[in-house]
Design a protein around this ligand. Sequence first.
Ligand code: SAH
Length: 213
Amino acid sequence: MIDDYRHKGLRRKLVEEVRSKGISDPRILSAIESIPRHFFMDSSFVEFAYQDKPFPIGSGQTISQPYTVAFQTELLQVEKGCKVLEVGTGSGYQACVLAFIGARVYSIERHHSLYLKAKELIAHLNFHSRVFYGDGYKGLSTHAPFDRILVTAGATQIPDALLQQLKIGGKLVIPVGVGATQIMKRITKKALEDYQVEEFGTFRFVPLLQNKV
Ligand code: SAH
């Protein structure tokens, strides 16, 4: 696939759109301007890659809307060198945004074909995000604890394993809801068994599944 001046121009427009919706972190805007989102999409949707919309990526899953990627990343308050677990690698786009802003990324995906595709693309683009195949509902105990955990699928409740695998002072960003939509939550682990919960509006994600690997 190629990345030419036309794609770069479309990315600059997308950055302006995402900025106008309230995203201000320059590192995140720069990630959107730099990462070729069209590489992460099914070839039939390449023309739509720079619209601020989610799109199908195969296996019934979607690449999140760029605004949502930026919003979740901003909520996560990533500092350089932070060890971040992403649950739901999908296309791998979010994992690259996190790596771009300096995170040490561990990303887990339950669909084997998506896992393989994302792993290959991330390596091809030279991002240092590690991708794992498995059930992220259980976290990634072999590499825990994490400074930050980002869930990019809608959960019906907050998985206990993710709270356990968070460092003290760490943050978990997760959309939670039982119906078609979820409330974006940020949980800060103040101390063992002491959590602060904040809420940030309504979103619509594909479901976080449990015990399906
Ligand atoms: N972050 C992705 C978008 C993710 S869509 C991107 O940037 O493209 C949500 C993803 O979560 C889907 O790929 C889905 O297969 C995955 N998923 C759902 N339940 C999961 C689980 N228990 N463990 C790991 N991945 C899961």
